[in-house]
Design a protein around this ligand. Structure first.
Ligand SMILES: Cc1cc2nc3c(=O)[nH]c(=O)nc-3n(C[C@H](O)[C@H](O)[C@H](O)COP(=O)(O)O)c2cc1C
Ligand SMILES: CCCCC(=O)C(=O)O
Length: 391
């Protein structure tokens, strides 16, 4: 249109642009959910079923949208979720994301399976706080080494992913025989890769190479006992990512972890689970304010962040929107998406009449179905006798 560049104004438009730009195999890997992708759809739809109840005539000329997460200041209640293999989106990969995160004063979580090394990412943006996402390897020495390196490189917490003892079944990856492109490597495993090229590059003659790679290295025998082991080898706070039930939330508190992230892994693991936003209240109620509860999966709008906080989350994490932004515009793209979401959240918070994140409470959100029932209620009541008598 008049040769003018199209500028995306929301995360959905970033996805549409990224889809045009990325190789099909890469887009499919980033976008996919497990099986029939019911939960993938519901992660977004569930936010839309929640509706807002604004309070008006509140002076919102001086809002404060900042928060603190495990002692770390954050410009707004958002954290970048760990996502593997970011150089497939842009040559700068995780370094670009880390720089944009630091600039925006939000925490970045680096995946164990990053394409830049954790040291490189740490050095690229020393001012930005970072967490390291951990997968537990069958070989505990490998895990231990990752933990030590993360600690030495200045990462502030370990995000232990507990919903991926095995990788979910993503059918597009099976069709595409997805593997890490030949020119890329896993940044945290440089040494291993020179000795065992094909396996670590995830090549597979049939099916998803990444699934085979994951199954060959990660430990499916993980239990609560391993949390104690992890605590014994690190002084970093441990955050459990992938808690969705009251039962597990209680166990998490008992195990002494620092926080939990309510997550269904962006619907990439177990199809048929509830949307994550529908699990938040259950987990928050079980935790009873003893540790912070974060959530991810399906957050695409400032209003989504507001809804999550209203249900008791301390912050949200975003996965795919960062990958789309990285694909479209590298560091600048990620910077823009973080700004978009911050501005949307600022506006939404103001329009419901909240001046600070502490003022966001359960009353500002209502489930759409409940709203409808409330509206219908008078009609379902029996009519007064005198009126019936006239019929
Ligand atoms: C392409 C991709 C790669 C991911 N890689 C990891 C990973 O390495 N470790 C992890 O714990 N979670 C991983 N996740 C899950 C995210 O951390 C997060 O839970 C999810 O993306 C949130 O949902 P959203 O994408 O709807 O925001 C990945 C997600 C995507 C989309
Ligand atoms: C082997 C890479 C796994 C990364 C991951 O967690 C995901 O794709 O969801």
């Amino acid at each position: 249109m008049n040769g003018e560049r199209f500028t995306p104004v929301n995360t959905f438009e970033y996805e549409a642009l990224a889809k045009l730009k990325l190789p099909k195999m890469v887009y499919d890997y980033y976008a996919s959910g497990a099986d029939d992708e019911y939960t993938l759809e519901d992660n977004i739809a569930a936010f839309r079923r929640l509706r807002l109840r604004p309070r008006v005539l509140v002076d919102i000329s001086a809002q404060d949208i900042s928060t603190t997460l495990l002692g770390i200041p954050s410009s707004f209640p958002l954290v970048i979720a760990p996502a593997a293999m970011q150089k497939m989106a842009h040559p700068d990969g995780e370094v670009a994301v880390a720089r944009a995160a630091a600039k925006n004063k939000v925490i970045m979580t680096l995946s164990s399976l990053s394409t830049c090394s954790m040291e490189q990412v740490a050095e690229s943006s020393p001012a930005g706080a970072k967490w390291f996402q951990l997968y537990i390897y069958k070989d505990r020495q490998v895990t231990k080494k990752l933990v030590e390196r993360a600690q030495n490189a200045g990462y502030k917490a370990l995000v232990l992913t507990v919903d991926a003892q095995r990788l979910g079944r993503r059918e597009a990856d099976i069709h595409n025989k997805f593997s890490l492109p030949q020119h890329l490597t896993f940044g945290n495993f440089q040494e291993e890769q020179t000795t065992n090229d094909d396996k670590t590059r995830t090549k597979s003659a049939q099916g998803s190479g990444i699934e085979a790679y994951f199954a060959s290295l990660m430990d499916p025998s993980l239990t609560w006992k391993d949390i104690a082991w992890l605590q014994s080898i690190t002084r970093l706070p441990i955050i459990l990512k992938g808690i969705t039930t009251a039962e597990d939330a209680q166990k998490a508190v008992q195990s002494g972890v620092a926080a939990v992230i309510v997550s269904n892994h962006g619907a990439r693991q177990l199809d048929g689970m509830l949307a994550t936003i529908d699990c938040v209240e259950e987990v928050v109620d079980a935790v009873r304010s003893r540790i912070p509860v974060l959530m991810d999966s399906g957050v695409r709008r400032g209003t989504d962040i507001l809804k999550a906080l209203a249900l008791g989350a301390k912050a949200v994490c975003i996965g795919r929107p960062v990958l789309w932004a990285l694909a479209v515009g590298g560091e600048e793209g990620v910077d823009d998406v973080l700004n978009l979401l911050r501005n949307e959240f600022h506006l939404a918070m103001g329009l419901v009449g909240c001046r600070s994140v502490e003022e966001i409470d359960r009353r500002i959100v209502v489930h759409q179905d409940v709203a409808r029932i409330q509206k219908l209620k008078p009609k379902t009541h029996p009519q007064p006798l005198s009126q019936n008598a006239r019929l």
